[in-house]
Design a protein around this ligand. Structure first.
Ligand SMILES: Nc1ncnc2c1ncn2[C@@H]1O[C@H](COP(=O)(O)OP(=O)(O)OP(=O)(O)O)[C@@H](O)[C@H]1O
Ligand SMILES: [Mg+2]
Length: 240
């Protein structure tokens, strides 16, 4: 598969604290990767450097064969890097349909084509039945899916998801796992997902990158990571 994103020596220092140290990371088009690690390991900082919300102290990021280290959040969004924050930024008093329509407007000016794309996005995030509901009437899980829908409307190709299942019911968490797989397998999206929910990570069956003290501790399958004694002692041992 073709490589979509690569980081080389990515480092972020906040005054005396090194939040990310020399991160060499790589992900192919259509792949899903879980990033795990204990609190303060540097997961969100890593995502923030990918999305452009934080500038690296040193190191570089390439995307689609191009150096994007100096690009802003908006410039990265235009080339398909979409980030979902923990608190959804949907418009509460607009319907699901209108929210997604707004995300598509800039990209698809033609009415008919826009309608088709809207249906495709609603279908992808399984919010067809909720299309006329106001965003504020949605369940917590549905709001998270709507925000992923906004990223799809915006033509994101790389989704950066920071703890998307936080606060979800078990059913919503399971549905989110299915959504992530579907977006990768059927829509060819590339997804980097920070998660704490060990069952969600296991069920996703995706490669896992473990961060610890700002460094990559190891990468491997869930089983490899879960059975590694060092990983167990720094992370899984306390949580699993
Ligand atoms: N803007 C900032 N200024 C100063 N220090 C920061 C800043 N952002 C993060 N840090 C520090 O960098 C380290 C890594 O934080 P980060 O939020 O990336 O961890 P995390 O792995 O996402 O943790 P959690 O699981 O709690 O979300 C922490 O020690 C944190 O306090
Ligand atoms: Mg975090």
């Amino acid at each position: 598969m073709a490589e979509l994103l690569r980081t080389e020596g990515l480092t972020k220092r906040f005054r005396g604290l090194t939040a990310n140290s020399n991160i060499d990371f790589q992900i192919d088009v259509g792949a899903v990767r879980c990033v795990i690690g204990p609190n303060g390991a540097g997961k969100t900082t890593f995502l923030s450097m990918l999305s452009g919300h934080q500038a690296p102290t040193t190191g570089r990021i390439s995307y689609d064969g191009r150096d994007i280290t100096g690009l802003s959040v908006v410039e990265r969004a235009r080339i398909g890097i979409g980030r979902k924050f923990q608190t959804p930024t949907v418009f509460d008093n607009l319907t699901v349909y209108e929210n997604i329509e707004l995300s598509i407007l800039r990209i698809v000016p033609d009415n008919t084509a826009r309608g088709r794309k809207l249906d495709a996005v609603l279908d992808a995030v399984r919010l067809n039945d909720q299309r006329s509901m106001l965003a504020r009437e949605l369940s917590h899980g549905q709001r998270q899916w709507l925000e992923i829908g906004l990223l799809l409307g915006n033509e994101s190709r790389l989704l950066l998801l920071d703890e998307p299942t936080a606060g979800m019911t078990n059913e919503e968490t399971t549905a989110t796992g299915r959504l992530v797989r579907r977006l990768a397998e059927e829509h060819g999206l590339t997804i980097i997902i920070i998660e704490h929910d060990i069952h969600f990570i296991r069920d996703l069956r995706s490669p896992v990158t473990v961060l610890h003290l700002g460094k990559i501790l190891m990468e491997g399958s869930f089983d490899e990571v879960a059975s590694n004694p060092t990983v167990r002692s720094v992370y899984l041992g306390t949580d699993a």
